[in-house]
Design a protein around this ligand. Structure first.
Ligand code: ASP
Length: 276
């Protein structure tokens, strides 16, 4: 983890907590923390998003709250700095949960979600050449995500990503798929995932962790067991943030590193890149 990344994570934790401290919702705290990370350009989200093999930046994001299970998501959205805000707008301004592609971009433009200043020129590769280059890998500079618990006892989770390395145009990962990259339910907990979306989707990781929380498993054990399953069954790789409505939380990863942190607003703010 670089010094700027660590400082940025600390700033995001502070922003999220300051909203909660003023009595705002967990949903708003999650959105605001993620916006700071998207804007920084230091992570694979928003301004820092990876390019797909045709040279275009297509991003995914979702956000969910655990009281009424309200949620919004966008996939393959282009040209905006804050996909997480577009996801919240889908939740709040429409009867839908997920908008995709150019229609999602048009929706964000309608609501004046800030546009990227940098434009990348398209890469002119044949489809055959892209298929040869394609390889589902992740270099560890991942998705950004957050979970939070507010004074009313509601949990929320969100995530925003530019995807993975060498992805085909139109590839969508776990991040905008509820139950895979993100889930939040006041009866179980909130989960936000990072890692190889192709593996996280196949195990529906976020919902599986929540199911185990519902059975009374602790967040640490639930996260550990589901990540172990991901590795054992399909050689997957992921990291997770988990939080229960009574304030217990877990940060776990099966990949060697995961940059993350937590703050309960009292003790020290902790940011690390390994959580054994
Ligand atoms: N989960 C993201 C995806 O597959 C990538 C990441 O977390 O780094 O799109």
């Amino acid at each position: 983890m670089t010094v700027p990344q660590s400082a940025c994570l600390r700033a995001a934790l502070q922003v999220g907590y300051s909203w909660l401290d003023r009595g705002s919702s967990a949903l708003l705290a999650v959105e605001q923390a993620i916006r700071l990370l998207e804007r920084s350009g230091l992570f694979n989200a928003g301004n820092g998003s990876k390019l797909q093999l045709d040279g275009m930046r297509r991003m995914d994001a979702s956000i969910m709250e655990g009281n009424q299970l309200r949620a919004g998501a966008v996939a393959s959205i282009e040209g905006i700095v804050h996909p997480i805000t577009a996801a919240r707008l889908v939740m709040e301004e429409t009867d839908h949960v997920l908008l995709v592609g150019p229609s999602a971009t048009q929706f964000a433009e309608h609501f004046k979600v800030e546009r990227h200043r940098l434009r990348t020129p398209p890469r002119r590769l044949s489809y055959g050449a892209m298929l040869k280059l394609k390889r589902a890998t992740r270099d560890g500079h991942g998705t950004v995500g957050a979970v939070a618990l507010d004074r009313s006892g509601t949990v929320a989770a969100g995530a925003s990503t530019g995807g993975i390395d060498r992805m085909l145009p139109g590839r969508v990962g776990d991040t905008p798929i509820l139950g895979c990259g993100v889930y939040a339910d006041n009866e179980t907990g909130a989960v936000s995932m990072t890692g190889l979306g192709e593996s996280i989707i196949r195990v529906a990781v976020a919902k599986e962790i929540c199911e185990r929380l519902a059975q009374g498993t602790t967040p640490t054990t639930a996260a550990r067991l589901v990540l172990q399953k991901l590795v054992a069954r399909i050689e997957g790789s992921a990291g997770c943030l988990g939080l229960t409505p009574d304030g217990r939380f877990a940060i776990r990863h099966s990949a060697p590193h995961m940059m993350a942190g937590w703050w309960d607003g009292r003790g020290k703010l902790i940011v690390r890149d390994r959580f054994p």
